[in-house]
Each structure stands twice: as C-alpha cells, then as structure tokens.
Design a protein around this ligand. Structure first.
Ligand SMILES: *Cc1c(COP(=O)(O)O)cnc(C)c1O
Length: 423
C-alpha cells in the first residue's frame, strides 16, 4: 500500500486551530512537524508552544523570591486593556512625567527627597555611575567588588559607564583611612564613593568594613547600592515588627538617614514588587540621573509603574498583607500545617522556605508542606496550571508558604492526580 501523502502545512496548521494559538504560530509548528517527518506530532508540538507562553504557575518550592518564577508574586495577566494617565497631567491637560507618581510615593516611604524608577537595580547602578561619575573616579572597597549574577559585576559595570574604579582595602578588611587615602590622593578626581551590599554572600571571620555614616564625612557623594534589604528597618508595615530571620539587612531609610546621598535598590528583591530599580536620595543627584540621556533607555513602562504604585501605596498604608512577599513570608507555621493537612494527600511535613533571589544567603524560614515519595516534579510541571515543587532525597515536597491559598484546591487536585496515576 502506498504511504498516505502528508497533509500540507496549511491543512495541518488549520487542524490545530482549537489550541487558540495564532495561525502564524501554528504554521511554524506544522512546518517543524513535517520537516521532522512526523506530522502526527503536530498537536503535541502545538501544546508545547502554548505552554511555553508566559502563564501563571503555582510556586510550591518555598523560595519566596524565585528568580526563575519572576521573583516576587505580581499580576501576570493584566485584567483588561485600558489607557492610563501615564504622561498626562489631568489637572491642566498638559504633558506630565511618568516619574511623577510612583517616584514621590517611594521617596516618602524611605525618607528621600526624590526617587526615580528604572528597569531594575542593575540599570539604577549604571545610570547613577554614568550620570554622576563619567570620566571620574569611583572608590569601592575590595570586599564589595561583587558579582550579582547574570554577569552583573561591579568592576565591569563601572567600566561600561565610563567611570574609573579605584579599589581600596582588602577582601576582608577595609578601613576609613583606605577610603580617605584615595579621596585625598594628590591627583584624585573622585566622583563618588560607592558602597555595595554583599547581598548574595557572606564574609565572616577577621573582617572590617566602613559604614555609610563614616563615609559621608569624606566629601564626595556616597552612593549605597543596597539591591536587596528593607525599605525601613522598623518594618512599620508588619504588625509584629521585623521577623527574626531578617538579620541586619540594610534599609533604604536608615542608609539615607546615616548620610548616604543616594541609595539604589530592586523593586522585586527589596520591595516585593515587579522587576524595577529605584534611585532615591538627594534631589539634585536624582535629577541629574533623570536628565541623563540613558534615563530614557532605562525607563519603565506603564504596567510596571502601575504594579509598583500599588506596592508603594501598601507600604505607605503600612499594610504588609497587601504585598504578596510579606504576606507569605510572615505566615505562621501552624497555619501552613493546617493547610497542608487539609489538602488530603501526602504526608504533612516540616520544611524550610528561603527568601531567594540571591538574598539572605543561608537564611531559612521554618515552614510546612506536603511530601510524596518519589520525584513527581515533571508531572506537576506538565499540568495546567503548572506546579513547581522541590525534590529532596527522592521525596517531592510542596512547601505551602509560597502557594497562594487561593491555589490550595488546585494543588489538592494536582496531588490527587499523582496518587491515582499508575506509578
Ligand atoms: C540584586 C542586586 C542588584 C541588581 O538588581 P536587579 O534588580 O536584579 O537588577 C544590584 N546590586 C545589588 C547589591 C543587588 O543585590
């Protein structure tokens, strides 16, 4: 019997219309299936193409700021398409600035004169260096020449922005005299002193470093790149005060009060909001950043500003329960145990959540979850909505701290599917 002729690309693509994907995408899928000599694989290829799109997932890893899951929990799908007053002044109808809303709210929340929002904290550091220290020296301790991840290395970023790095001190010990020597050197041309938070590693033992207050007396502006930490060390948005696992993370408000001229921090890591970066502090310095040509290239869009505005308002209302990260981070172990038991599958087990996102290395937050023998992570990821869980010594653990309680029923269904599936 002759081989049946394979369907045409167009016919095959049309047969996949039920997936809801645009025809152009389905044509690509059909072409690939036919090129692979396996047109029968087209439906599963189309399904894979659909699953590869950005979509909500259930985070059962217990990693609060999971970089692969978008760090902080924020709205993934916008509720509708609407215009916004992004750059109009509704008072006089003239053009306004997108920086006139969220920036002032964040400035108020951390006690800064002015704040500017950019794409992420990496962009904030690049902009500060380019605007304030181009062709000039930037003094940094050798203990703070950090790599954040994704290739963001302070010495390289400094070089890219046209500033000249002046390293002082040693890896484990840097004293005020080391900074003063660089600032007062005969031909010195110091644009700023940069202090970088060692957010993703710890140097312990025979160590010494210099605080912002001491650096502020040296003369040049002091910029503290905080990255992750707190908006305010007193955590007024948490009714119970700072949780014990926080340790002594730097805080934007206290760093500015101690004499930093500018702070830079992350919208997701520090605020628990969308990916964004904030430059806050002295009005003249923030204005110099805002009017630098790079500011336009690094500015955020309306979706990010709207999400960040919600977070800023929650901080100002002192309502940590309205910020997903803080709501989840402060849930009691007892409440998590109760939810784990009510899922009706697996064993309820104690486990440990972590802040994640390259912050607070070594810190664990006591938690509770559900454990099932064997590695079920691939099956959990393959369903809709996908569930991302952890495997510890061939046991699958779903940590409830990072699961939105609204997803508990969905998680219960996912676990029930596993226990009935043939092994
Ligand atoms: C994370 C971090 C950055 C980069 O922040 P992104 O928002 O991820 O770009 C910069 N500096 C420090 C100290 C950080 O911890």
């Amino acid at each position: 019997m002759p081989e049946p002729r394979p369907p045409s690309v167009d016919t095959l693509a049309r047969s996949l219309a039920g997936t809801g994907l645009p025809h152009a995408v389905l044509v690509e899928v059909a072409r690939e299936a036919i090129a692979a000599g396996d047109h029968g694989s087209a439906p599963s290829r189309a399904e894979a193409a659909g699953r590869a799109l950005l979509q909500p997932v259930v985070n059962a890893t217990g990693v609060l700021l999971h970089t692969n899951l978008g760090r902080a929990p924020v709205a993934v799908v916008s509720p509708g398409t609407r215009y916004s007053n992004l750059e109009i002044d509704l008072g006089d109808g003239r053009r306004g600035s997108r920086q006139d809303r969220t920036g002032p709210l964040l400035a108020r929340a951390c006690g800064a004169e002015r704040a500017l929002v950019v794409n992420n904290c990496a962009a904030a550091v690049v902009l500060v260096l380019a605007a304030l220290a181009r062709d000039r020296e930037v003094v940094v301790s050798r203990g703070e020449l950090v790599e954040i991840g994704g290739g963001f290395r302070i010495p390289e970023v400094l070089a890219q922005s046209g500033a000249r790095l002046v390293e002082v001190g040693t890896t484990n010990r840097t004293r005020l005299g080391d900074y003063a020597g660089a600032v007062q050197a005969p031909a010195a041309d110091v644009g700023l002193v940069l202090k970088v938070h060692a957010s993703n590693y710890r140097i312990t033992g025979f160590t010494e470093d210099v605080g912002v207050a001491a650096l502020a007396g040296l003369g040049p502006p002091v910029v503290a790149d905080i990255g992750s930490g707190l908006l305010d060390a007193a955590t007024p948005w948490l009714s119970g005060g700072p949780p014990p696992w926080l340790g002594d993370e730097p805080a934007a408000r206290q760093t500015l009060a101690a004499g930093a001229d500018l702070v830079t921090f992350s919208g997701d890591k520090l605020l628990g909001g969308p990916q964004a970066g904030v430059i806050a502090g002295r009005a003249d310095l923030v204005t110099a950043c805002a009017s630098h040509p790079l500011a336009r290239a690094l500015r955020p869009g309306a979706l990010v500003l709207a999400a960040l505005q919600d977070v800023a308002l929650a901080y100002l209302r002192r309502d940590g329960t309205a910020i997903g990260f803080w709501r989840m981070a402060t849930l009691s172990v007892a409440s998590l145990e109760a939810r784990a038991r009510s899922l009706g599958a697996g064993r309820t087990v104690p486990c440990a959540s972590v802040p994640g996102g390259g912050t607070l290395p070594g810190v664990e937050i006591p938690s509770a979850g559900v454990a099932l023998d064997g590695d079920h992570t691939a099956a959990l990821r393959a369903r809709t909505p996908p569930v991302v869980a952890r495997v510890v010594e061939d046991v699958t653990v779903c940590d409830l701290r990072t699961v939105d309680p609204a997803d508990d029923d969905e998680l219960a269904r996912a676990l029930a599917e596993l226990s009935t599936a043939p092994a």
